[in-house]
Design a protein around this ligand. Structure first.
Ligand code: FMN
Length: 183
């Protein structure tokens, strides 16, 4: 029987989640799972792609913690960030999933094997959180190019974080500024 992906919190469009892959270490990175006729992820040249190619497996956590997004965008979360390692579950995750992953050009096509819902959360849209995610996406590109246009975009989203975010989003943004060398 096919498992419905919505059950785990993934809907049509691009779902920003934390991808977890295993090599000799636990590799964590924000990735965008594209849900359409199938489930796939576009992968640039990074550790997630490298490890996924070797293992054929990808774990995913649905998380709402902005600090988790920022740290895993620039380095890997240490074991202390996890509430479980088998399966890998970052503290506070709403759900986890395990996918079989097959590379197809720039994409990995994903087949859901198993997963679980751990928490359910009622939460209004917060522009500060959304802006933090936008800033983090730009920052992962900024560190590769040093583009001033990207730096301006990051600062723009930073102002939205300041205006609309909670303390945690503001803390995450300050961390991002340090990782990106924008302070
Ligand atoms: C919200 C968000 C979504 C991202 N989505 C992707 C993605 O779909 N594919 C990708 O290759 N990189 C994506 N990135 C960038 C990677 O997370 C980033 O390059 C990371 O450093 C890769 O880590 P790794 O080398 O451990 O795989 C995204 C970043 C953010 C902040």
């Amino acid at each position: 029987m096919e498992i419905l992906i919505e059950k785990f919190g993934l809907y049509e469009g691009i779902n920003e989640v934390i991808g977890i892959t295993f090599g000799g270490w636990i590799n964590t990175a924000p990735i965008g799972l594209i849900v359409g006729d199938d489930i796939r992820v576009r992968l640039y040249s990074n550790h997630t792609r490298e490890l996924l190619e070797k293992s054929g497996m990808l774990y995913v956590n649905v998380v709402h913690d902005p600090i988790v997004f920022v740290i895993s965008a620039f380095e890997d979360l240490g074991e202390e960030w996890f509430e479980s390692l088998e399966p890998p579950v970052i503290k506070g995750s709403l759900s986890w999933m395990k996918f079989r992953a097959r590379l197809d050009g720039n994409f990995a096509v994903l087949d859901l094997l198993e997963g679980d819902v751990l928490r359910k959360e009622v939460r209004a849209v917060n522009r500060g959180f959304n802006a933090l995610i936008e800033a983090t996406v730009h920052a992962t590109r900024y560190i590769l190019s040093g583009s001033e246009t990207l730096a301006d975009k990051i600062r723009y989203y930073g102002r939205v974080v300041e205006r609309c975010g909670s303390r945690r989003e503001k803390e995450a943004y300050n961390l991002l500024v340090k990782y990106a060398g924008l302070d």
